[in-house]
Design a protein around this ligand. Sequence first.
Ligand code: WT7
Length: 656
Amino acid sequence: MTAPTIESILHENRLFQPSSEFSNQAQIKSLQDYEQLYERAKADPVAFWAELAEQELHWFQKWDQVLDWQPPFAKWFVNGKINISYNCLDRHLTTWRRNKAALIWEGEPGDSRTLTYAQLHREVCQFANVLKELGIKKGDVVGIYMPMIPEAAIAMLACARIGAPHTVVFGGFSAEALRDRLNDGKAKLVVTADGGWRKDAIVPLKDQVDKALDDNAAPSVENVLVVQRTHQRIHMEPGRDHWWHDLRQGISSDCPAEPMDSEDMLFILYTSGSTGKPKGVVHSTGGYNLYTHMTTKWIFDLRDTDVYWCTADVGWITGHSYIVYGPLSNGATTLMYEGAPRNSNPGCFWDVIEKYGVNIFYTAPTAIRAFIKMGEHHPKARDLSSLRLLGTVGEPINPEAWMWYYRVIGGERCPIVDTWWQTETGGIMITPLPGAIPTKPGSATRPFPGILADVVDLDGHPVKDNEGGYLVVRHPWPSMMRTVYGDDDRFRRTYWEHIAPIDGQYLYFAGDGARRDDDGYFWVMGRVDDVISVSGHRLGTMEIESALVSHGAVAEAAVVGKPDEIKGEEIVAFVTLESNYSPSEELEKELKKHVVQEIGALARPGQIRFSDALPKTRSGKIMRRLLRSLAAGQEIAGDTSTLEDRSVLDKLREDS
Ligand code: WT7
């Protein structure tokens, strides 16, 4: 089993129809219905979104203009007033959903908790009032560095309620990475926990926050709000650090949702790009609310009795859009799991599905590949008959893994939605609508209604069917990122200038290569830039290189991805050393540790290869293409004539 290659998926022509039982009860029931919807949206995207915004969401005040498009800057529902926390909570309280489970939490070790809509609303209001007491006002950025506990979602919703943009930093990021993000966003407060459970150990989140803030290294941060989770001893800095359970004592649970401008910033979420510094992706309120609402409803085909489970972490966009905002806006029951599959508990996901009767299950290809390895006796030993629909996200899924998921987990009864999207797109862009679009293993199939996706060449011209090209989107959509925080220029350069606008029409460039087949199905091939995906986590090669060269021993570093059976890609770093250092196993260990310290465990290189020099072009550019082939153990193909010094390559090859 390998990560998908063009060869393996070019020959994939199996087609899976949803059962008529599934289709008959689905939100969108047939291919014809999908196509009608798609054509209607394409003919007039603005009218399409306006109608849904009116039907599906609560607005304090209606907009004057649906879309104001000054490429590449979009404003949706101009002057509309809305609050996403209101749409996720308050509006359900006057319905029968008041006492429906909003959030089911399965914690480690063996803890669990269920919050109804009324209970979640109350917690969010109290949390918001505590934030206000700590001086947080509309427009102040709040950092959230949390384990997967209900308070992570509560903190997000509390921020949204009072108009304080949140910036959630994944709990696996290091103190250094956290500090960079807090500084870039000028966060005024950090919400964290004493610790979190990760596999069988405690992650010392609060210690990391202390490190990030030490020596006034993140001067914008005035307060830290700490949720008690693991009860180990932590340092509490007087005047700066506060326990949530102390401050909530006697706090009012009355906190009306602030009417926000549709374009007010809802959150910043950092993601890796092809240059060193992670970018702060900015999402705004109204359009994001609408798009995550509609995609959750139609793609996951929600029914009011469903238990819906997305296994992502709230630190990623998937957690934002499809654990918290999309499901709650729909009044769904969303499940949040603190645990992670590991050798000591290989069946834990299946236990959760059985325990709660999960109906919709959304996970990542890397997890599926790990489950295949663990053996099908684990899922087979549990009752998974509650499942109705499966989803995947994060990277291309290889047809073998798709088939296993379909057969072993879905019992050949559940459609699979392979959902392509990005932090930048805010919501799912290319995906089957499960009752309508027959699936092909490895293809994300067709664009969501209102999404004018295409595959083009560098001049912006559509390529022929089955020819590879760049994946682009032709028309703005409601949840598109608004800018890179504090850097409009980088936004323009990264997403809108690689492919030239034709006739004044700007194309959003996703950074992925793709192919469209004769049926109009999209096959996403993966990144075309210097971004790699390790277990579905996106990392910039330059970011890891910068971390490596910040170590005194390293003169130069080049990082590439090497295909990996389970993780999709593994990080291989080619390193040249300063003259007073020589290669050793200890140094290799130390450098790996250094990267973990600078970025986090997710960026730990699998391999470090020392070399006297790196292969470069005459103009001094490192030829990563050659290094990729070397790392993968492949023959060096293609042109090497631009190499400055061929012997460098020969030497590297000898060493491998
Ligand atoms: C990149 C975005 C969006 C949630 C998780 C990742 C890759 C994502 C798929 C898919 C093929 C996929 C792309 C994309 N990707 N989903 N279904 N098929 N590739 O978000 O960290 O912003 O990464 O993930 O390369 O550009 P992200």
